[in-house]
Design a protein around this ligand. Structure first.
Ligand SMILES: C[S@@+](CC[C@H](N)C(=O)[O-])C[C@H]1O[C@@H](n2cnc3c(N)ncnc32)[C@H](O)[C@@H]1O
Length: 305
């Protein structure tokens, strides 16, 4: 048995789990985009638009580790948009809570392994060179859930492996905002309005309300609404929770530092965080130039386990 697996017996005992609750389990209502509306997801956000972003994450992971990963686990892999680009580099295992989103991703990425599981609790019984949690980490609404997701990343990471956590925002970069977009597909099309706000600045969540305009093959248009509750944590809380999630003795090298080449995308405040089980933490550098979705985040908490 692998040393890490023997330290974490839960790794060897259970496979992917049936989720007790649906995607974004802390949300009061089921998230329609990840359930009934999942077949529309690629018209909300198209895989082709992720090329630059996925390259950024891949480079961040590679520069954090000693060698490019050969195996990568993505938790909360959604429509498989990042995966559709990352799969050129390594073998991907994609885990999501939503069977509908897994089906969509499978249609885009048939060569990748797809498994249903909750990032807070899934235990696959094997280790990966790298673990990646992109925007799905924002569905962790409490520190406890965030810690559980980080711990899931940790127990699936080979010693010296890399974990990358990329939330859309941290508390310091949160802004009330609106956005809109959408895409035309084969015979049907979608446009959306996204409205982000924070009804209670004292708690650890914010809301994004969506209005979707869905035009079907007959040219008929309907409107659907969706409310997503998302987690909001300060940078210092991220660092503290990553340290706890990795076990304090396993992550002595948690640090953050400037990442000068990020400035084109995220302004002079750019930083990347890293946490390392190795004696010396490594600074994550990101490639220069702007990234497709410049609003995504100015800060990238990064866990290097
Ligand atoms: C915005 S989508 C991710 C899109 C993804 N970044 C991509 O490249 O396509 C968010 C996903 O997180 C999933 N999710 C939410 N809570 C989860 C949890 N506790 N465990 C696993 N997946 C979860 C949802 O089902 C949804 O598919």
């Amino acid at each position: 048995m692998d040393e890490r697996a023997s330290q974490h017996p839960e790794l060897t005992t259970s496979g992917p789990q049936s989720p007790a609750q649906g995607p974004g389990a802390g949300n009061a209502l089921p998230l329609r985009m990840y359930t009934g509306l999942a077949p529309w997801f690629h018209l909300l956000t198209a895989p082709a638009d992720y090329a630059e972003e996925a390259a950024f994450y891949w480079n961040a992971i590679c520069s954090a580790g000693s060698a490019p990963p050969r195996t990568l686990l993505e938790l909360g892999s959604g429509g498989g948009n990042n995966a559709s680009h990352m799969k050129a580099h390594c073998r991907l295992t994609l885990v999501d809570l939503s069977p509908q989103m897994l089906a969509l991703s499978r249609s885009l990425n048939p060569e990748c392994e797809h498994l249903m599981g909750d990032m807070r609790s899934v235990r696959l019984g094997r280790l990966f060179d790298a673990v990646f949690i992109h925007d799905a980490i924002c569905y962790m609404l409490t520190e406890v859930d965030l810690e559980r997701a980080i711990q899931t990343a940790y127990v699936h990471c080979k010693p010296g492996g890399v974990a990358l956590f990329a939330p859309d925002v941290v508390r310091e970069t949160f802004r009330v905002s609106t956005d809109h977009g959408g895409h035309d597909g084969a015979g049907r099309a979608m446009r959306y309005l996204e409205w982000t706000w924070d009804p209670d600045p004292d708690d650890s969540t914010y809301l994004t309300d969506f209005a979707y305009l869905l035009r079907d093959e007959k040219g008929e248009v309907r409107v659907e609404m969706d409310r997503h509750q998302l987690g909001l944590f300060a940078r210092a809380d991220w660092l503290r929770i990553i340290r706890i999630g990795c076990g304090s003795s396993a992550a002595p090298g948690l640090s953050h530092g400037p990442s000068p080449s990020c400035t084109a995308r995220s302004g002079p405040e750019s930083r990347c965080f890293s946490a390392s089980s190795l004696a010396r933490p490594k600074e994550i550098r990101c490639p220069g130039g702007s990234i497709g979705s410049s609003e995504m985040t100015a800060w990238w908490p990064v866990g290097l386990i």
